[in-house]
Design a protein around this ligand. Structure first.
Ligand SMILES: NC(=O)C1=CN([C@@H]2O[C@H](COP(=O)(O)OP(=O)(O)OC[C@H]3O[C@@H](n4cnc5c(N)ncnc54)[C@H](O)[C@@H]3O)[C@@H](O)[C@H]2O)C=CC1
Ligand SMILES: O=C(OP(=O)(O)O)[C@H](O)COP(=O)(O)O
Length: 339
């Protein structure tokens, strides 16, 4: 059993912890939290050993009636792999703690690429992380792009990708984020950071990305144009995508017109927290003009990176079978939508 610790128990961390706890070959040794808030309370309810991320705040947990298993360095020492799910930039500050304990580490996409030996996507470059000391699971948007680019590159070759990312302003719980009544080019400079981030996974791929932010919380939406190296038709692309378990092709008859109904569908089908771990591609949007492929996809920012984190744990632990890891992850979590 791979002993896994999660440092940072927020939007991503709590989902990674649940996914780890569900795996047949992993054990969650604990989660570290800075504050005794509602998420700490739910960790205790789930019987996840709770560690204090900031030693000076230990007393605050006792004041709220929350029992601690210890402090974060004890969690790092006990873990075979630590998954850092702290806010952007804090992961890099924590790196020396993990190095001091020789504990292989997974960082998240908010960190700069140089925080880890390798940037990771389970579909595109699993092998690069096998046996590494650290990996960075690329951001939700880069994960969503990598999952479609990998099969396109393998089947037809990618001459050039152009993507406009309409990004949600903040997650549902991020009440301090915006915009609340605007549409922002964000970043206003081109390319956005997403294209270079895709290049950490596909170093030679030609891609331009443009980013915007809108007053929405549920999901990101991508407008994708990929110029393929060889001719394809839309049916071939749909057939190829249908083989990918982490892509959900929204059927035309489903009457799902946006993120709202996608999330409703997720809740109706009993998904935990209404999570959509798969890219949600509108099948009707998949269009090919010559060698130009077009499509729209929605990306659930809070959850698509979660199965990737689980696979990254196995890769760092030395399990070299990417397909087997993905299958185990998906079976344990229930990833894959058969509509
Ligand atoms: N929320 C999202 O849509 C996505 C986030 N990411 C990335 O995942 C990482 C985490 O993001 P979120 O989960 O959204 O953030 P979050 O703010 O929801 O959760 C971070 C957690 O870490 C805790 N924390 C803060 N400082 C800490 C420290 N020194 N030690 C331990 N814990 C600490 C916070 O209290 C919070 O519970 C970031 O790198 C982010 O860019 C990646 C994909 C999507
Ligand atoms: O990594 C993300 O998005 P990004 O790829 O657009 O930077 C996550 O959705 C977090 O984005 P945020 O930095 O707007 O919270």
């Amino acid at each position: 059993m791979i002993q896994v610790g999660v440092n940072g128990y927020g939007t991503i961390g709590k989902r990674v912890a649940d996914a780890v706890a569900a795996q047949p070959d992993m054990e969650l040794v604990g989660v570290a939290k800075t504050r005794p808030n509602f998420e700490a309370e739910t960790a205790v309810r789930k019987a996840y050993p709770l560690y204090a991320a900031v030693p000076e705040r230990v007393d605050r947990f006792a004041e709220e009636g929350l029992e601690l298993a210890g402090e974060v360095d004890e969690l790092v020492a006990a873990a075979d792999v630590i998954v850092d799910c702290t806010p952007s930039g804090i992961g890099a500050e924590n790196a020396s703690l993990y190095e001091d304990h020789d504990t292989p580490t997974i960082f998240q996409g908010g960190e700069d690429a140089d925080v880890a030996e390798v940037s990771f996507n389970a579909r595109a470059n699993y092998a690069d992380a096998v046996g590494a000391d650290s990996a960075r699971v690329v951001s939700c948007n880069t994960t969503g792009l990598s999952r479609i680019l990998a099969p396109l590159e393998e089947e037809w070759g990618v001459e050039k990708a152009r993507v406009t990312l309409v990004r949600r302003g903040g997650d549902p719980g991020q009440t301090d984020r915006g915009p609340i009544d605007d549409i922002l080019p964000d970043p206003v400079t081109i390319p956005s950071h997403h294209g270079p981030d895709v290049n950490t996974i596909f170093p030679d791929l030609d891609i331009d990305t443009l980013g915007m932010k809108v007053p929405a919380t549920l999901m990101h939406t991508h407008s994708v144009n990929v110029t393929l190296e060889s001719e394809a038709d839309a049916e071939d692309v749909l057939d190829r995508f249908a083989d990918e378990t982490r892509l959900f092709l929204i059927p035309p008859g489903a009457d799902i017109d946006g993120s709202g109904k996608l999330k409703e569908f997720a809740h109706d089908t009993g998904r935990p927290r209404g999570d959509l771990w798969e890219n949600c591609i509108w099948a009707e949007s998949v269009t090919v003009e010559g060698r130009d492929l077009y499509l729209f996809q929605a990306i659930h920012q809070e959850s698509d990176v979660v199965p990737e984190n689980v696979d990254a744990i196995r890769a760092l632990s030395g399990d070299a079978d990417a397909a087997e890891s993905r299958r185990t992850t998906e079976d344990a979590m229930g990833v894959g939508i058969d509509y």
